[in-house]
Design a binder for this molecule. Sequence first.
Ligand SMILES: [Zn+2]
Length: 200
Amino acid sequence: MAASAGPEIERLIGLLAKLPGLGQRSARRAALALLKRREQLLLPLADALAEAAERVRTCSVCGALDTQDPCAICSDPARDPAVICVVEEAGALWAMERASAFRGRYHVLGGLLSALDGVGPQSLRIDELVGRMHGGTVREVILALPATVDGQTTAHYLAERLAPAGVQITMLARGVPVGGELDWLDDGTIAQAMRARRPA
Ligand SMILES: [Zn+2]
């Protein structure tokens, strides 16, 4: 048996190791940092985790995470209900909000279609998205999905499912990032940017 730090600490390490981006080795370092900084880190983190577990819920309308249902964005009368931005996960929603470039509502799919990982339409919040087209309020759906095979497969599937609703379906532009140097970009990005060029 491998040398153990004791069952309580091993349990903490085992749980930390399940977090994205943390393997066993990083989890051990994180556990050590937490245990060494009991007052500044360990206890406040335990409090924050308990509060999140107690209060954070999935919005029944858009699938975002918030302490209220419907979430703050779905409940905000200043946000345009005619435009829905579809994202893979709540992390993408947070990124859009940080950019302050969008004043409509969201729809969080909870993942992407993937034949390889066995993720079909029923595993995602797609029926809920189609359901939001009823009532005629929605005018445009923006598919803000990753520029990956699964992202594009999902976008095409959604475009087909949403077509009968007669709403405008748009996708985010792809191309040269702000501050990006051309000779640092991959061929696919340059080709996309060339196709998506617009009058200066
Ligand atoms: Zn919501």
